[in-house]
Design a protein around this ligand. Sequence first.
Ligand SMILES: [Mn+2]
Length: 424
Amino acid sequence: MLDRTPIDLANETAEAALRADYDSLGERLARAGLDIAAIKDKAARFAVAVPSWGVGTGGTRFARFPGRGEPRGIMDKLDDCGVIHRLTGATPTVSLHIPWDKAPAADLLAKAAEWGLGFDAMNSNTFQDQPGQLLSYKHGSLSHTDPSVRAQAVEHNIECIEIGQTIGSKALTVWIGDGSNFPGQSDFSRQFDRYMDSARAIYAALPADWRLFTEHKMFEPAFYSTVVQDWGTNYLIATELGEKAFCLVDLGHHAPNTNIEMIVARLVSRGKLGGFHFNDSKYGDDDLDAGSIDPYRLFLVFNELIEAEGKPGFAPAHMLDQSHNVTDPIESLMVSATEVQRAYVQALLVDREALAAHQEANDALMATTTLKRAFRTDVEPILAMARLDKGAAIDPVAAFRASGYRDRVAAERPAAQAGGGGIV
Ligand SMILES: [Mn+2]
């Protein structure tokens, strides 16, 4: 467990300066008609899920360089996730990945309860073969040409739902690696029809109060085409499956320069936005920490979400999904959770009445300046005060380093094997 003493000591030292900064920001916001306490309460309620696989060190196709004290299994992962939530107060749920995180439900629930954690969406895995698995996914899973491979993949997804039901999860996220590497390798239409048949079988097994999230990705592991390539395909899937099916937007799964915030607006307008996998990228996929390259884009995504707040049934799921190759995963996830929360709070500051008026008047300059004004506001005192109120850390990374947690688990957990590749 985490020793509270260093957190409390650091908070005591930093509290007076924080209160001064918070009061000063409060005065500034009040001049714009904004109530800082109400915004802080919203910030405190904002939550983003941590993926269980995120607390391990990631890797690339070339190598993986394990960190110290890497989690040995799901119980260690839940401890690490608990630390992230204890220090940020922003990550109350964990998203499990099956079969990596298989464990008796009672053990999972007991460990989660130790840290005050719950369970977010379940994630199935048909993009790699597992030990003892009968049929291979080398040439696809839910869209495979062989019906028995498709049946195996469907069965696995249903098992994920069943496991999720025992631990209080309410959603299944499906991402498949199916696609093709060469023009002509697959018939696009027949392949998609096979995918839809499989997806319908999974959807039919979904409990009444569950949601199904499908995640699109433009490339990788297939390098010519993927079956669920883009948001349009994803929207087709969610629409054809039914009202419990929604599109999941992973920020890293688009071509560079894609206008993701507009995709978000489109999906919101049709009630099909399921949620997000937050990360950032310079070139592709979910390589980098949320907000590390383009925090303005993250803000623009949240600007669309705030615009949609209050719409019936609008409840997008928030999760981090990123690979940590050179940083301590706990530190990266804490910073990322805070960055996502920051974008949310900045978007709350947008003067929507003024923005709408500028849009109606075709005043492009004032419209964009209205957004920029919110984005430029340093909302750190609001985030830090929300953390302090919860007993979390004013400065999570500093508190984590002072806690000695990494040294302690490094002593308990045997060093992971170096070498090998694989994006995890
Ligand atoms: Mn993802």
